[in-house]
Design a protein. Structure first.
Length: 551
């Protein structure tokens, strides 16, 4: 039977910069948890299917700041210590439960002991203690496409200077080359946040983000569903208000009211954005709901492990979801074999849904379509413990499908280039589809500080363009601190309240470092000791060149 369409998981892997930032509840333990529960199990799943000679493919973002941390020797060493602590904690639970006559909980403790032991063994022996090189081998084998991102996950639409966008992207490309030996073809715009070209209030004409991507040889990015399918802004002459406070005013270069399409835009097709150089793929909402929906998404299955309830002694998660509105105190014990049975059911259901959607699309339009199933990677394994097993079994089902072809995003664009140019509206995949999560009453104080830092960097680059040796060393470190203070993680964590004080502390810390470094550059006899000390603290982007901060 002829294939009627294509499918790719697009998994976005990112964590805040947390190297040497302490451990629980915030800091480097974020990395260790994700590596243990998500990244190592994902590698296990992909290598298993590849070694079975199944034609599997998957699209995977590894953000530059995440790569720098995963490749760091200190982080890798601390990860092994973390695993040994988890093994010891589970081991200690066994006699505790046995003495209390709780045989099933003793079994679960031994299950976790063996599970973490397996993670440690495979990390050290199969993957040589280096997850980045393990992912690189999969890309070189054609199994996955690794997608880049802005260097520190900076929220690009709200940055005030194009030089900052160039710094984020140039650093990302250089980091990708160092880790993977080639240039990236696709990018995940942080938070799926896009803005078209517009006239700034100070008279600057700022190109759309696709302009910068094209300059760096990047051919594809991803967008939220509503940005492809939804309505477009109108009233160009009066400007466009984005977000509930109307804080970001745009006078767009392209009048969206003039955009005409023969058919409504759809996430089943790629489009060129503004001009035929850079393509966009949208998130398929129907498949997304099978995972994201709080009401009927798979992770809410009663037999899956409960994330929020943890043992008061070891921190292990020994309970299952149990029911939709069951209090944490009333949760039943987890049964791994029950959960495994539900994984197979849900994987089969999802694969059949993908086949049905693509078949219906072809019958309705006569066209071959693609489903981009876009999710945060850390949702699987960490939040939804069985999620990586589910991904593995979905891939297994679709690898043998008679109607669906597994692919990667760039490979699909290469073989099915867009036929339509779309003027994409401004937005993100945050709440309300706007910039609100990152620019609101709780975070608005951060943006003038970020913009002041951008302008100060511009002045420094112009004043010390020919800087060498000492000043060059300091300016390079200042550029790293600028990238770190631009991270979208800080306003995100403030808005959600997940780690508000931690995020504010980290943001102010990088701002202070940046300002002190530039003050040092302005001295007649600058001292490189601070820059050297901060390099040891950060240890990111060794190839940094402050000249990348340019229009």
């Amino acid at each position: 039977m002829t294939k009627v369409g294509a499918f790719t998981f697009v998994l976005h892997s990112h964590l805040p910069y947390a190297r040497q930032a302490g451990r629980w509840p915030h800091g480097e333990e974020w990395l260790h948890e994700a590596a243990a529960e998500t990244y190592v199990p994902l590698l296990d799943a992909l290598y298993k299917l590849y070694e079975e000679d199944l034609p599997i493919h998957l699209t995977l973002t590894l953000t530059p700041i995440l790569l720098e941390q995963l490749a760091d020797e200190d982080v890798r060493r601390n990860f092994v210590i973390y695993l040994e602590d988890r093994i010891a904690a589970a081991e200690a639970d066994i006699p505790r439960f046995e003495s209390a006559g709780e045989a099933h909980f003793a079994y679960l403790a031994s299950y976790y002991r063996d599970w973490y032991t397996g993670i440690r063994t495979r990390f050290l022996e199969r993957y040589d203690g280096n997850l980045v090189s393990a992912f690189r081998r999969l890309q070189n084998a054609g199994v996955i496409e690794i997608v880049t991102c802005a260097a520190t996950h900076g929220y690009l639409p709200l940055l005030d200077r194009d030089e900052s966008i160039n710094l984020q992207l140039t650093t990302a490309v250089q980091s990708y080359r160092r880790h993977f030996g080639q240039d990236p073809r696709s990018i995940w715009l942080p938070e799926c946040a896009y803005r078209p070209g517009y006239h700034a209030e100070d008279g600057r004409e700022r190109p759309g983000l696709e302009h910068f991507l094209a300059q760096h040889g990047i051919q594809l990015f991803f967008a939220e569903t509503h940005m492809i399918e939804g309505g477009r802004p109108v009233g160009v002459a009066a400007g466009e208000a984005i977000g509930p406070y109307g804080a970001v005013i745009r006078r767009y270069l392209v009048p969206f009211s003039e955009v005409q399409l023969d058919l409504p835009a759809t996430t089943y097709q790629p489009y060129y954005v503004t001009q035929p150089e850079v393509a966009v793929l949208g998130r398929n909402n129907r498949t997304g709901l099978q995972v994201w929906s709080a009401e009927w998404g798979y992770p809410g299955e009663f037999d899956y492990r409960e994330f929020h309830k943890k043992d008061g002694v070891s921190g292990m998660q020994y309970w299952r979801v149990t029911g939709a509105k069951v209090d944490l105190g009333d949760k039943d014990a987890y049964h791994p074999d029950w959960a495994a049975h539900k994984v197979e059911q849900h994987a089969g259901h999802y694969a059949r849904l993908v086949e049905e959607l693509l078949r219906d699309y072809q019958q309705e339009t006569g066209k071959t379509g693609i489903i981009s199933a876009i999710y945060d990677t850390e949702l699987f394994g960490h939040w939804w413990f069985e999620g990586i097993d589910w991904i593995r079994e979905v891939l297994r089902h679709l690898a043998t499908s008679e109607v669906v072809e597994l692919t990667t995003a760039s490979k699909y664009i290469e073989h099915h280039p867009p036929t339509t140019v779309l003027n994409l509206p401004e937005g993100s995949w945050g709440a309300g589809g706007t910039h609100f999560v990152w620019d609101n009453a709780d975070t608005r104080w951060m943006w003038p500080i970020i913009h002041d830092a951008e302008n100060r960097m511009k002045e420094a680059v112009e004043a010390y363009a020919t800087a060498k040796s000492t000043k060059r060393h300091i300016l390079d470190q200042a550029a790293r601190e600028l990238l770190l203070l631009q991270s979208s993680d800080w306003p995100f964590l403030v808005t959600t309240g997940q780690a508000r004080e931690y995020a504010i502390e980290r943001f102010r810390q990088h701002v202070d470092r940046f300002n002190i470094l530039l003050e040092e550059v302005e001295q007649r006899q600058p001292n490189t000791q601070l820059a050297s000390d901060l390099w040891e603290k950060d240890k990111i982007f060794p190839e940094m060149d402050f000249h990348w901060f340019q229009a």
